[in-house]
Design a binder for this molecule. Structure first.
Ligand code: NAD
Length: 489
């Protein structure tokens, strides 16, 4: 039964939707809420509101310090409301409550971090090489930002866009995914409560082919910040051929976790479990390719199998549950297809490959001994709880296998050899290398990928710069008349 109704947030107000669709609780497979399906006209109104707020009104005149204070307040509100938002995210996406609570409480720190940075991002004065000129470089907000996020970790993935964009003085239209938009639509109330002027932050949801396309190709949009899959990223790049918006892309991965025989194997096994089974493997940084030194492969796989089979699967709202369902039925269908193909081509199931009994989109923690590296489960991003295992004999082989992917988002290296850890960290082609740990993030640290994992970075000091453009101001300090007009000074 559908018992909740959500609305878009446009120009500081909750908006009556022109159309709606049902959102499904992945733990039951039943519709539980009505979501607004933003039309192209709704997108146009939201972008127009953002454009107005950018060009006139209180936001334009607000000091960077005052903007920073609003962001800090928003961070405090997110932390204070984390339990409620977490419940919504768990209901709408099936992500377990123990993860959504912890993650959303930490999202508050992202807003506080960018709030603190808002008035520390400076322009420059240039010691110009010509007489009687004074040159300053102003850093100005880049303009209206279109932010598009996927269904997983929507509050988190929005914070790394909203935080720097608002700190820089931009205005935003944020599109929540049509899968699981509830927490982001509810977050709009906090934006309002924090005191952002109308039009500065607009939040809506709808489908990619109309709402997402219109938003990312809109002539008044100057900047697109996208997180999602590579095929959508290609569509977005095509959309931005219309408005030539500056675009950053945070995409998927097929991240390697390299375990050497000299590692603390129990700790490494826990990290591998965290990397592939936490969030039911639906994480861009999922460590979905285990590369293990052959001399310890059997022992390591036996440990992993025990740990995988002990995972508590169940109701995502129960704090004891460790693995919930997949977010959508189509995701489970895709995973089942790739696992079946991989097994048919010689992959050996160590555990899993099945649906646990009951309703909902559940899939068992799955480990496939892949043998060769060309199986679909080794190459494709599955976005689910499926670990593919390959063995290596030497460090050089481990490195070749680690880099044998068109992606390059994250990676893990487990070893007690310090020099080897440094060599691997230097030579792995990925935006993140975790050594003897996995799946740790912070607002202070840049995040992003190589290759098909994306373009640009989110997090850290430099991100605000990506939401500004420079303006060079040349001031003539001489009272003398301008000399020869036909010679460039
Ligand atoms: P997706 O690419 O299907 O959808 C992402 C968003 O794009 C949604 O809001 C969707 O409506 C929108 N969209 C779809 N078509 C569009 C179009 N033509 N124009 C504009 N917008 C359009 O991704 P998903 O299935 O929701 O999420 C899973 C993917 O996201 C995985 O590949 C995962 O690795 C990736 N991801 C990456 C990161 C990261 O930071 N690198 C983080 C989380 C998820």
């Amino acid at each position: 039964m559908t018992d909740a109704v959500f609305r878009n947030f446009i120009d500081g107000r909750l908006d009556e939707p022109s159309a709606t669709f049902d959102s499904v609780d992945p733990s039951t497979g039943a519709a539980w809420a009505k979501m607004p399906a933003a039309s192209e006209a709704d997108v146009d109104r939201a972008v127009a509101a953002a454009h107005r707020a950018l060009g006139s009104g209180p936001w334009r005149r607000m000091t960077a310090t005052a903007r920073g204070k609003l962001l800090v307040k928003l961070g405090d509100l997110v932390a204070a409301n984390a339990a409620r938002l977490a419940e919504l995210e768990t209901r709408d996406t099936g992500k377990v409550i123990r993860e959504t609570r912890a993650q959303i409480a930490y999202v508050g720190d992202y807003y506080r971090y960018y709030g603190g940075l808002a008035d520390k991002h400076e322009g420059a004065h240039v010691p110009i090489d010509k007489p009687d000129l004074d040159v300053t470089i102003r850093r100005e907000p880049i303009g209206v930002v279109a932010a598009v996020v996927p269904w997983n970790s929507q509050l988190f993935l929005s914070a790394v866009k909203l935080g720097p964009a608002l700190a820089a003085g931009c205005t935003i239209v944020l599109k929540a995914s049509e899968d699981g938009p509830a927490p982001l639509l509810a977050f709009a109330e906090l934006v309002h409560e924090a005191g952002f002027p109308p039009g500065v932050v607009n939040i809506l949801t709808g489908f990619g082919h109309d709402c997402g396309r219109r938003l990312t190709s809109h002539p008044l949009v100057s900047r697109v910040a996208f997180t999602g899959g590579p095929s959508t990223a290609r569509a977005i790049v095509r959309n931005t051929a219309e408005n030539l918006a500056y675009t950053t892309l945070e995409l998927g991965g097929k991240s390697p976790v390299v375990v050497f025989a000299d590692a603390d194997l129990d700790s490494a096994a826990n990290a591998v479990v965290a990397g592939i089974f936490a969030a039911t493997g639906q994480s861009c940084v999922a460590g979905s390719r285990l590369l293990v030194e052959r001399s310890v492969k059997d022992e390591f796989l036996a440990r992993l199998k025990r740990k995988a089979e002990a995972i508590r699967i169940g109701d995502p709202q129960d704090p004891a549950t460790e693995m919930g369902p997949l977010a959508t039925l189509r995701q489970r269908d895709w995973i089942e297809k790739v696992v079946a193909e991989s097994v048919a081509r010689g992959g050996m199931l160590v555990t899993g490959g099945t649906r646990p009994a009951g309703s909902g989109f559940y899939y068992a923690p799955t480990i496939i001994d892949a043998g060769g590296s060309d199986l679909p489960c080794v190459r494709e991003e599955l976005f689910g709880p499926v670990l593919s295992v390959l063995a290596f004999d030497t460090e050089a082989q481990a490195l070749v296998l680690a880099n044998d992917t068109p992606f390059g988002l994250a990676s893990g290296v487990f070893t007690s050899n310090l020099a080897r850890a440094h060599r691997m960290a230097r030579d792995i082609r990925a935006g993140v290398v975790w050594v003897n740990t996995y799946r740790v993030v912070s607002p202070l640290v840049p995040f992003g990928g190589y290759g098909l994992s994306g373009l640009g970075r989110e997090g850290g000091l430099d991100t605000i710069r990506d939401y500004t453009r420079s303006k060079s101001v040349w001031i003539n300090t001489s009272d003398e008349p301008i000399p020869d007009p036909f010679v460039m000074r």
